[in-house]
Structures are given as C-alpha cells and as structure tokens.
Write a protein that binds this ligand. Sequence first.
Ligand SMILES: [Zn+2]
Length: 113
Amino acid sequence: MNIGEAAHKLGVDPAALCPAPAEPRFTEVWERMQQEPPCSACGQPSRTSGVVRNRVLGPRWLDRCRDCFLATPPILRRPLSQAVTDIREAAAEVGLRAVLYTDEDGGQDELSG
Ligand SMILES: [Zn+2]
C-alpha cells in the first residue's frame, strides 16, 4: 500500500501530523528517522518516516514504528523477481556477493548471486 493508504489503515489523523517538506531529500528523511519521533499511530519510537500528501493540509510526516510499518507494507514498484535481479546486478557491479531472502512463495528461500 502507498503511504496515504498506510496512514488511513492505521487510523492516523492527518491534522495531528507535523508539516513536512513537499519533496524531502533523502537526507531530510534520514534526519527525521534519526530523531526517532513517536510513531504517528501508536506512540512507540518510530523506525521509518515518510511524507503523506493531504489535499487540504499539505505534506505531513508519517512516522511508523516497526510493528505499524510491518502492518502497512509498501508496494514494490516492480515484480519481486525483477527487484532481486536488480539488486544482484548492483551488487555484482561493486564486487559484492548478494544473499537475498524472500518470502514470495510463503517461505524463505536463499537467493545467492
Ligand atoms: Zn506504531
């Protein structure tokens, strides 16, 4: 699901979220994550941050703890098999061996590249 759907599923009130940059750079997101603000849904220390775009309120930070993030997983923008291939190729380009674990078939398979 996208981040807006995640906020909705978690029952987060957009008006309660902090204003955020419209198009945050990675460093801005990283700085936010390093602060470990309370999870927007449950108040536990957050582990990830992103921006929800609200038509009325504008961009707002959505901070999620581990459990809330796992309850609202992001959508891969490409098939898992293609993502694995891309990661293997990127690792090979820099001379690293990639060992990837997926649960595409309901189990965990080691995919060594
Ligand atoms: Zn949470």
